[in-house]
Structure formats: structure tokens, C-alpha cells
Write a protein that binds this ligand. Sequence first.
Ligand SMILES: C[S@@+](CC[C@H](N)C(=O)[O-])C[C@H]1O[C@@H](n2cnc3c(N)ncnc32)[C@H](O)[C@@H]1O
Length: 259
Amino acid sequence: MDTIAGHLYDYPKYYDLIFGSDWAAECHFLQSCFKKYSKRPVKRLFEPACGTGRLVVQFAKSGYEIAGNDLNEKAIAYCNARLKRAGLPESTFVGDMADFTVKKKVDAVFNMINTFRHLPTEKTAEAHFRCVADSLNKGGLFFLGLHLTPKTPPKCTSESWSATRGNLSVVSNLWSIGTDLKKREERIGVTYDVYTPTKQFRITDETVFRTYNVEQMFSLIASEPRLRVVEMYDFRYDINWPIDLTNDTEDIVYVLQRV
Ligand SMILES: C[S@@+](CC[C@H](N)C(=O)[O-])C[C@H]1O[C@@H](n2cnc3c(N)ncnc32)[C@H](O)[C@@H]1O
């Protein structure tokens, strides 16, 4: 099979085929949280690093006023085209999750599935928190979903997904190449194996996630006093099942509130 060294997010069609259908649990969970934690009706949303619009499009279809940004212009073009096809405003734009403003303050911001860990330094992570706090109405909610890194990271973990639409099939593999806790970097390998009736090829990429343990995350949260943790969940996305944090906690969704 031919192999191309490419960038993971430069192929929105393949990304969206694999991950685009996986939105329901997060959307339902976030809406349950809006009801549980917000004193006012949640109407306006912002998703930093929204990618191909996996969640943006669903919230827009459900009647929320939603905007988002992403560094990758191909992802944004794809997302806006999806919104347009659905007769919705093309409300996403190219931008940095560590440097953004919103036109009108929003009721909730969400940043799920480790996306935040793409920010490479403490400075950019703090800037993200500052932008979120600046964007939220008082009492507004911020949801941050990520994997915390355990003290002894497992040597090799991997996950695979596959999906087919019409004549296009994509198999994606993602694995942890190694974690350097001193540098706070986890290197991730990714492949897309693409199958069409006329060609087959593999796209390969590596990306780096910044690592956070429980304390590092709390010290980051403390850097933005306008955001307070109100509850924590995990990737079960079960509103009836908030979690207690332990040193072994890995997948986590922080619910923060703008004071
Ligand atoms: C795993 S995807 C998630 C996309 C979307 N949030 C979702 O839940 O489906 C991560 C996205 O983060 C974007 N990204 C990475 N660093 C970024 C940054 N500094 N600012 C904005 N977007 C960024 C990538 O281009 C990519 O689209």
C-alpha cells in the first residue's frame, strides 16, 4: 500500500467519516449539564478547536446559536460547508484556541476529547483559560474533556476505528509512541488507511499531546480565578455519575463555572 506522510487534520473527509457520527453521548451529556448547572437558559455556545464540526453541526441543528474556531482552514471550510448544506449560518472561522474573542458573550464553551492537549505549553494553556473566561457570561459553563496521564504511563496503548460511506472506507489507528513526563509530552502515531474502488493508500502522521496529571491540571485551573470547578465526570458522559478524583483518574470532563 502506498504511504503518504500527511497531517492528521488536513483530511477532513476522512476524519469526519471516522469520528463525525460519534456525537450523541457528548451532546446529550452537555445538554443535561446545561440544565443541571446553569441558572439561566443556555442558548449561545462556542467551541474552540471545533474541527470538522462533529458537535457544532449537531448543536446548530438543535437550535443553539453556536460558533467555533480551528487552526486548520481545511477543517473550517469543511465545517462551514456542512452548516451551509443544513441551511445554518456558516459560523466557524480559522483561529487559535489560545487567542480568540467572541462577538457576543456565550453561555457555555466546550473543549472535548483531548483537543486542549494540543496546546504545547503552560503559557498557551493559561491563555486558553483566559480566553474562555473572557468569552463567558457570569455563571456560564466551561466543559473540558481530556485524558490525565498516570504517574506510570502504560508502555503502548492503541485504538482503532473503521467506517464506510458509499465507496469510501477508512480504517484509522492511533497509538501512543511514548511519554516524556519531564517534557510533558506524549507522542501519538496515527494512520488512515483509505480504500476506494480504484486506489488504496495509507496516510501517516505523528502528533504531540501535552501531559497533565491531577495536580498539574489543578494548578492550571487555579491560574484563572474566574473559572471554578463545580463537578467532574468521565467519558461515560453519564449525568447521574459524577466522579471523585483519585490519583488513578484518567479520562475526565471538568465542569467549570464562570464566577
Ligand atoms: C481531535 S480534533 C477535535 C475536533 C473537535 N473539537 C471534535 O471534538 O470533534 C482536534 C482539533 O484541534 C485543532 N487544533 C489544534 N491546535 C489548535 C489550536 N491551537 N487552536 C485551534 N485549533 C487547534 C486541530 O486542527 C483539530 O481540528
